[in-house]
Write a protein that binds this ligand. Structure first.
Ligand code: CA
Length: 246
């Protein structure tokens, strides 16, 4: 049943950083999506400002590329509202603007955009800025290796080791562990895990999460070893931030 979900997302790994592209020029939006996907990012595109707001309320990506002039709600206003909400206060935002609006740069930065790109721009330059901004603001999303205590996860080789032995995980368990290890101590609701680990707009029973957490635990901890995953009753799961520190 694992792979019935594969169609929700294209080539990039489902645990990859997620980027929302908000741009009403379809050709540009497609070009950006194509290039971002080639870099291994998961991309979602919307063309209207009000659509973007709905999407951002449902789920928070790792970075937003936001056009200034949009139908519905302007990019400027969206940025201002993102900064006013706890869930999106530090969400990395790159604003796009047409040449004539260049004088508005200061306004863009004053509402909290992290970076600002004037059209027409070179795609490689924008890609470099996306990577730089993610490295700065979400280092855990782009680090090659994550480690805690005696557990080490390598994103490039897709290997997990504990105390020197290889841990064999299925693809879903790997992504779950990767996601939890990115924010040790943070408790994720089952719905959040479904959204982030399984992908955009999937309809799966939340108990599926419990099944995969169970498999992950079994693979990670042999008889006397400490279980690094914490079940928080009524809330969800987290990677125990005290793991390996005792
Ligand atoms: Ca526009």
């Amino acid at each position: 049943m694992n792979e019935t979900r594969a169609m929700t997302v294209s080539a990039p790994q489902r645990g990859a950083p997620r980027i929302l592209v908000v741009e009403d020029e379809s050709a540009l939006s497609l070009l950006l999506a194509y290039n971002l996907e080639a870099e291994g990012f998961l991309v979602e595109r919307v063309e209207r400002g009000d659509e973007a707001e709905l999407r951002l309320e449902e789920s928070v990506p790792d970075l937003v590329i936001l056009d200034w002039m949009l139908p519905g709600v302007s990019g400027l206003e969206i940025c201002r509202r993102l900064r006013a909400r706890d869930a999106t206060r530090t969400l990395p935002v790159i604003m796009l603007t047409a040449r004539g609006e260049e004088g508005e740069r200061v306004r863009g930065l004053s509402v909290g955009a992290d970076d600002y790109v004037v059209k027409p721009f070179s795609v490689p330059e924008l890609m470099a800025r996306v990577r730089a901004l993610l490295r700065r603001s979400r280092p855990e999303r782009v680090a090659t290796k994550l480690s805690a205590g005696d557990i080490e996860l390598d994103r490039e080789t897709r290997r997990v080791r504990r105390g020197g032995r290889d841990i064999h995980l299925g693809p879903t368990e790997f992504r779950l562990l990767e996601y939890l290890m990115e924010k040790p101590g943070r408790v994720f609701a089952r719905s959040q895990l479904l959204d982030s680990v399984w992908g955009f707009s999937v309809e799966i029973d939340e108990r599926t999460v419990d099944v995969h957490i169970g498999r992950l635990r079994k693979a990670l901890a042999k008889a006397t070893e400490t279980d690094p995953i914490r079940t928080v009753r009524g809330a969800g799961y987290s990677f125990d931030e005290t793991f390996g520190r005792a």
